[in-house]
Design a protein around this ligand. Structure first.
Ligand SMILES: C[S@@+](CC[C@H](N)C(=O)[O-])C[C@H]1O[C@@H](n2cnc3c(N)ncnc32)[C@H](O)[C@@H]1O
Length: 256
């Protein structure tokens, strides 16, 4: 049997690593890394730093790198494109499991943030396990998500007392507007600043980019007052780094 540990490493700061994740890191023989693009390079650098910092010096481990499959947001309907991407990623993982992992060994996949939040690694590994093509067993170790990192950095809560929260993507927010009956909405994967379309609504925004990293930028306030500032800072940061990862919490102001 081959073992796979899907380890949440937190969303940007190596100090987000949990004691459970450190114990898991120290069981791994080979780490699977997927490489592509400038953002991915920064993320791979964090993964290597984490291994250097948290794995005991007497442990031997190695990295097996594979190229992440190419994809484009504009190649068709979003869901279909992502399904295709995940099929391609599954093929890459199967290749790594077959070629790089011996029976009795343990592989680690270091997932940004928490593996349960907008990440397909669990789905992909589960699909490989149930295909029967490889004898694998896998475990999931939770991590600190961007959602938790953002609320902590803004010293705020995700929900108000007894109120619900919706977690969604920029694409959905842009297409559907403010979700009916929503009180707080956490938005991820927003390439086009969907919040700007809501600047007329009475909302607060808690926005953050590169949270937990030395490049972190935070802005909070009434959306109508800070939307332009966020747009400006976001464009400047994206131009400076060549990529951006940001997320935000929107909250209605007209309720206690
Ligand atoms: C594919 S999702 C992965 C989320 C991740 N599994 C998590 O737990 O946060 C990527 C999105 O997460 C958000 N994100 C992840 N890390 C972030 C960070 N350090 N700062 C701001 N947003 C972040 C961004 O919205 C980004 O587009």
């Amino acid at each position: 049997m081959k073992r796979i540990l899907i380890i949440g490493i937190g969303a940007g700061n190596p100090d987000y690593i949990t004691a459970q994740a450190i114990a898991a890191l120290n069981q791994v023989d080979v780490f699977f890394l997927m490489d592509k693009g400038e953002a991915k390079q920064a993320m791979i650098a964090l993964r290597r730093d984490i291994c250097t910092r948290f794995i005991r010096p007497d442990r031997r481990y190695r990295f097996a790198e594979a190229r992440s499959p190419d994809w484009s947001r504009d190649a068709g309907e979003y869901g279909t494109v992502i399904d295709g991407l995940n099929r391609d990623k599954q093929a890459v993982f199967e290749q790594l499991i077959g070629a790089e992992l011996q029976d009795g060994q343990c592989a680690g996949i270091l997932v940004w943030g928490d593996p349960a939040l907008y990440d397909s690694t669990i789905r992909i590994i589960d699909s490989i396990a149930s295909s029967g093509r490889h004898a694998i067993d896998y475990e999931v170790i939770p991590g600190i998500s961007s959602l938790q990192a953002l609320t902590a950095r803004h010293r705020t809560t995700l929900n108000r007392i007894g109120r619900p929260v919706e977690i969604t993507t920029g694409r959905r927010l842009a297409a559907g507007g403010w979700p009916a009956d929503a009180d707080s909405v956490f938005v991820m994967l927003d390439a086009d600043q969907a919040f700007a379309r809501l600047a007329g609504a009475d909302l607060d925004i808690f926005w953050g980019a590169y949270i937990g990293t030395p490049d972190e930028i935070l802005v909070a306030g009434r959306l109508a007052d800070v939307a332009d500032e966020i747009t400006r800072k976001r464009a400047a940061a994206r131009a400076a780094h060549g990529w951006i990862m940001d997320s935000y919490l929107l909250r209605r102001r007209d309720r206690d």
